[in-house]
Structures are given as C-alpha cells and as structure tokens.
Design a binder for this molecule. Sequence first.
Ligand code: ZN
Length: 234
Amino acid sequence: MSRQALVLFSGGQDSTTCLAWALDRCEHVETVGFDYGQRHRIELDCRGQVRDRLAREFPAWAERLGPDHLLPIEVLGRISDTALTSDAEIALRADGLPNTFVPGRNLLFLTLAAALAYRRGITVVVGGMCETDYSGYPDCRDSTMKAMQLALTLGTDRPFEVATPLMWLDKAATWELAHRLGGDALVEIVREDTHTCYRGERGQMHAWGHGCGACPACELRANGYAKWSATGRA
Ligand code: ZN
C-alpha cells in the first residue's frame, strides 16, 4: 500500500470506516466528496463534522489527515432521474434494482477521484463499495472495481490502486472494523455523526445512529449494528 491515499468520503458509515482504515495505514490521507444535487444535503454536512471529530479524538490521525475536496457535478443529477436526486419514492424496479441506482455514478466518482489524485501525486483511491450487503448496484461489484483499476492505470499511465476494504464485509463486520480501528471512540463517531438514511432524515438517535429507520439504508445499518452488538462486539 502506498503511503498516500485519497478516500471517497460521503459522510456515511461506510466511507467514514474507509477513512479510518486509510488513516490507520497511510502517512497522508486526503478526502473527496461529490455534490451532485442529492435530494438531501445532510450527508455533505456530516463530512466536515466527521473529519473534525476524527482529528480531535485521534491526534495521530490528525497529523495524517490532509485536505478535503468537494467537487460539484450537477451533471449527474441532470442525466439521472432517480430517487436519490428527485422526489420520487424509493422502490424496487422490475429488474430488482432499487430506483436509487444512479447509472455510472461510481464509475464517474472513481474517474474524477483518480484525476484529482493524479494531480495530487496520489495513486491509491479508497472507496466503500461492497458486494456483500448491498442493494445489487452493479457498480459496487468487485469485478467492476478491478476493471476500473485497470482502466485508470492504462488511461493515466500511473499504477492506480482502487482499494475497497469493505468489499467482502457485511454491515456487522463494518461496525467491527470501525471498532478494531478506533475502539469505542470511533464507533461513537460513526453512530452520532455519520449519515446513511436514503430519506435524509436525522430523526431520533437510535442505538445504530440517526435515520428514518425504515428505508433500505437504515435497515441495513440497524440490522448490522444489532448483529454486531449481539455477537461480534468484543
Ligand atoms: Zn432511512
């Protein structure tokens, strides 16, 4: 693993765990987020909060945490009519994919992140893609990530690595990874400051964090937390 990494950081549980993972093993870590006209801006607001709290509570990580980059890509909202960028209800489509699927989103994110990383002298891009507990998004698959890594390497003539530490973890294991990396302090940051809810609701504070509690993202997060609390928590 290179000593420098750029983390795709949305302010959610998965990308926060990825950020901690990178801070644990790299000397210099930068973050990038994308503003594509999400229905709810709560995730974007969480980003600064999470970064600040990580730096405050983990002084060794503070030294490694480099700048944050927020890239506006409204064009994605223009070409995508999905439940993430419009006011449509969240539902399953006829082919089994949720209508929250934004075609090409992760491909675009990785390409933009790699372009930014290139300019920053970084060749490792870290993302929270996962095909264990996922919604079936084809652009979260390991094979897609491997193909992107090859395309980025060939297309830039730099040895790009797309690191996906959560790829084979279920949500309970993602909670456990956070605990292993940063103990109870990191779990508290994930619980209190990250945002995963598709509906963008902060709502009340549950054991697993804030959210509506009913959308697919909240369900995954809540079930994972319950499973980890019951069986995995050291
Ligand atoms: Zn929710």
